[in-house]
Design a protein around this ligand. Structure first.
Ligand code: TPP
Ligand code: MG
Length: 367
């Protein structure tokens, strides 16, 4: 199957909503399929616990990923060891597959500066909160890698809303012109906070935006992990091949839905219908893959129970580890952005320090 030779509005599918095979099943052995499933369960459980920690005041704002596990885990699974991911702020699942421990993700959302530094061997860029700012970075890093004679692919994640930003167009255009090994992975979860996909662009699809930049564009059912895996794998292999007979960059539009709020600071009930959420929940990537794996005899009740127990322990341990790290102090607010504080920030810092002294804040003074 050449996934790139199809209409922009014809998403690649492997499993239907019931887990029945409707496309070409990618070549993964049973252990890999179970691992894919386990990671999705782990990401889902982590997500629920992270929201709960925020609600209990044990963590800062957090962007939930539930519903998007198929896109995140399926795509990250398709990468080689030396490939890179360039995430937005919701890619905890993809980062996990690439070797960022859950503890690290928790630390980030707890406000620790160290949380934004992936382990050296994980090949994961820092979290990017400014929308689409990571797109030119992914193009640039991929171009640098080519200039160095390496053959690594760079998968850049961003949302539907990000396609309205100049950075998206600049990054994809440059990638087309310089034929960089970049895979632009758009998580079209239908909403940019409260702005629906229809108010984002008049284009019929996001995938077709690739046409303007002379690269391949393809839609995939983002809640079908096997389809996501197959499409990402094809895009990554093309990106790595300097002799490819098609442009190396690809724009993937992964159609999906976020089940929860945009972040814990958002209330989606004020802008979207409960019926819409229920419709998309029927496409949930986890039961879908589970049904397929049970039908294939790869999973049974016992194995599922074992996976669920393992996932719970892994998340509980990560929370314990993250919470045993001393909390960042207010002084951290003034560090790390500038080597030397500009005068206005220095004045703010001094005024803040004076109030801490007045309050006899020993912890602050000792920091
Ligand atoms: C440049 C910029 N403008 C505005 C914001 C505020 N903001 C944070 S998330 C978001 C919506 C992004 O939607 P989308 O790209 O679809 O990603 P999603 O969160 O749905 O994954 C906005 C507008 C921001 N972070 N950066
Ligand atoms: Mg979105």
């Amino acid at each position: 199957m050449n996934v790139f030779d199809r209409a922009y509005d014809d998403p690649v599918r492997v499993l239907d909503e019931d887990g029945t095979v409707v496309g070409e099943v990618p070549d993964l052995v049973d252990d890999e399929l179970v691992e894919l499933y386990r990671y999705m369960k782990l990401a889902r459980h982590f997500d629920g616990r992270a929201v709960s920690l925020q609600r209990q005041g044990r963590m800062g704002t957090y962007p939930p990923l539930s519903g998007q596990e198929g896109a995140q885990i399926g795509s990250a699974f398709a990468l080689g060891d030396d490939d890179w991911i360039v995430p937005s702020y919701r890619e905890h699942g993809a980062a996990l597959v690439r070797g960022v421990p859950l503890k690290q993700t928790l630390l980030y959302w707890m406000g620790h500066v160290d949380g934004n530094r992936a382990p050296d061997d994980a090949n994961v860029f820092p979290v990017a909160v400014p929308i689409a700012s990571q797109v030119p970075h992914a193009t640039g890093a991929a171009w640098a890698s080519t200039l160095r004679g390496e053959d690594d692919a760079f998968v850049c994640y961003f949302g539907d809303g990000a396609t309205s930003e100049g950075d998206f167009h600049e990054g994809v255009n440059f990638a087309g012109v310089f034929d960089t090994p970049t895979v632009f992975f758009c998580n079209n979860n239908q909403w940019a906070i409260s702005v629906p996909r229809e108010r984002q662009t008049r284009s019929a699809t996001l995938a077709q935006k690739a046409e303007a930049y002379g690269i391949d564009g393809v839609q995939v059912d983002g809640m079908d992990p096997l389809a996501v895996y197959a499409v990402t794998k094809a895009a990554v292999e093309k990106a790595r091949d300097p002799d490819a007979d098609r442009p190396r960059p690809t724009l993937i539009e992964a159609i999906q839905y976020r089940f929860g709020a945009h972040t814990t600071a958002d209330d989606p009930t004020v802008y979207r219908d409960e019926g819409e959420v229920e419709t998309w929940k029927r496409k949930d990537p986890i039961p879908r893959l589970e049904r397929y794996l049970r039908a294939e005899g790869v999973l049974d009740d016992e194995r599922v129970a074992e996976i669920e127990a393992g996932v719970k322990t892994q998340v509980a341990d990560a929370i314990d580890e993250a919470e045993s790290v001393p909390r960042p102090g207010p002084r951290d607010l003034f560090e790390h952005a500038y080597a030397e504080l500009p005068p206005e920030l220095r004045a703010q810092y001094e005024s803040f320090a004076a109030t801490r002294e007045e309050h006899g804040d020993a912890a602050f003074l000792e920091e």
